[in-house]
Ligand binder design. Structure first.
Ligand code: FO1
Length: 312
């Protein structure tokens, strides 16, 4: 049974996960990945957040590009373009192998949980990684240009259209991963970490699963969230833009309030120390840390600060 559970989206979340895997024993860590970003493209089942965690934590991620694998080649996309196929969503040759193999194993009747475990093991991921659910949940973004599936909003439209709301299609009937529910009941559990991922696109789809909020609240360990906003800006991606469009003040306090009633502790950046009182006023214990993760030592230090705050 894990001692630490982390809820993660893609790039931002994976950085903290990489630190957590070094700050605790990897066998004590269970990472739950958002699958609201999953979609079927060219007949392939793509699970961007699962793959991003695997790539980041096994030294395979493409740091310059910000997604996909390092040392990638693009022969598949070149030929697809020649054939007149869609090129708005780029599939590198190495990355493609993950999607083809996942899709093939799912077609054989394997669950997404089983396939994720197989992929993680083959890539030598040192900790347990599970999808939030084996049932499909699809994040839909309500925008000024209409309702867009997550990847069309994010990749095709480059997060351009103003966001007016979000829905998580299928979440009402999706079952949370049973291994997550079992781990949340273990008396030896020490910390539940909400990674610094986009709250609306990456964490809320997980929290939308029936019974999960209550299971998190009932768990014997504190729930601790890490800010994705530093000095009023997102480290990466559309979090700040979305917050403004949804009518929220763009700061760490608004993120903490978004999780109010669920979290016990909120880790905000040292440069936002002046916001600590406002977070305390929402009945959440503020903890200051250096939250910008540039290299491995930053990731590990932040992970240690998170675990120290949860366990003390
Ligand atoms: N992000 C892009 O901005 N452009 C792409 O063409 C793209 C392709 C892609 C392929 C596989 C994969 O797993 C992820 C990919 N991403 C791409 C990233 C991804 O769509 C988003 O970053 C996440 O869904 C957000 O967490």
């Amino acid at each position: 049974m894990p001692k630490v559970i982390a809820l993660s989206g893609g790039v931002g979340g994976s950085k903290l996960v990489e630190g957590l895997a070094r700050a605790c024993r990897p066998e004590d860590l269970l990472v739950i990945a958002n699958t609201g970003d999953d979609f079927i493209h060219l007949g392939l089942h793509i699970s961007p957040d699962i793959d991003t965690v695997i790539y980041t934590c096994t030294g395979r991620s493409n740091l310059e590009q910000g997604w996909g694998q390092a040392h990638e080649t693009w022969s598949f996309m070149d030929m697809l373009r020649t054939l007149g196929g869609p090129d708005w969503f780029q599939l590198g040759d190495r990355d493609l192998a993950m999607h083809v193999w996942r899709t093939y194993r799912l077609s054989q009747g394997a669950s997404l949980t089983a396939v994720t475990q197989e992929l993680a093991q083959r890539c030598a991921l040192p900790f347990a990684l599970l999808p939030m659910s084996d049932d499909p949940v699809r994040t839909m973004v309500d925008t000024a240009e209409g309702v867009l599936p997550m990847q069309n909003y994010f990749v095709e439209k480059r997060c351009g259209p103003a966001v007016t709301g979000l829905t998580y299609q299928g979440a009402e009937t999706a079952r949370p991963n049973p291994a997550l529910l079992a781990a949340l009941e273990d008396p030896a559990l020490e910390a539940i970490v909400i990674c610094p991922s986009n709250p609306f696109l990456s964490i809320d789809p997980i929290l939308a699963l029936p019974g999960l909020r209550q299971a998190l609240r009932n768990a014997p360990a504190p729930v601790i969230a890490v800010t994705p906003i530093i000095g009023g800006q997102a480290v990466k991606g559309p979090t700040a833009k979305m917050m403004a469009e949804l009518g929220l003040h763009v700061d760490a306090v608004a993120v903490a309030r978004h999780y109010a009633g669920l979290i016990d502790i909120f880790v905000l950046d040292q440069q936002d120390a002046a916001l600590a009182d406002a977070i305390r006023a929402s009945d959440i214990a503020p903890v200051l840390a250096q939250t910008l993760m540039k290299g491995l030592s930053d990731k590990r230090s932040l992970a240690e600060a998170v675990l120290n705050a949860a366990i003390r």
